[in-house]
Write a protein that binds this ligand. Structure first.
Ligand code: HEC
Length: 117
């Protein structure tokens, strides 16, 4: 490979890496934070001492996750896209939503892991 090609590849790689850093900075500046890794830290964020998580609420959440009445058409549940039987995904390139339309931003359904299972 010619040295000019190697230099071009280095420049492209640097641009890609620099761009990625800018995106991380933009996300941080917008006030977004990463979801904590530990379940305890997540609970600190979502468990309100004035309205604590109870077993009954967890049971309700389980039922709603699989309930297609959560959608306008009453055909789609959370589990349609985040199918827990196959790892919390739907296995397709762009999620199919209401009216059988593909996600307009071409987003796929990220893996969901539920701690109650
Ligand atoms: C039509 C398909 C579809 C349905 C139905 C759906 N989701 Fe999603 N979900 C997605 C897509 C696509 C994303 C990614 C969105 C993005 O990146 O902006 C997502 C993102 C998420 C995320 C963020 C995951 C992460 O790691 O960032 C969570 C949590 C989630 N969905 C939970 C739910 C729950 C709970 C329901 C039911 C109330 C639900 N989803 C219903 C397609 C779906």
């Amino acid at each position: 490979m010619k040295i000019s090609k190697v230099l071009s590849l280095c420049a492209i790689s640097a641009t890609v890496l620099f761009g990625a850093n800018n995106l991380v900075d933009k996300v941080k500046q917008s006030g977004m934070e990463a979801i904590p890794n530990s379940q305890l830290e997540v609970l600190k964020l979502i468990d309100d001492p004035k309205d604590p998580i109870t077993d009954a609420k967890v049971e309700l959440g389980k039922k709603l996750y699989f309930d297609p009445r959560m959608s306008k058409s009453a055909l789609i549940s959370c589990n349609t896209c985040h199918n827990l039987a196959i790892g919390g995904v739907d296995g397709i390139a762009a999620a199919i939503g209401h009216g059988w339309t593909a996600n307009p931003a071409h987003l796929n359904s990220p893996r969901i892991q539920l701690s109650f299972l």
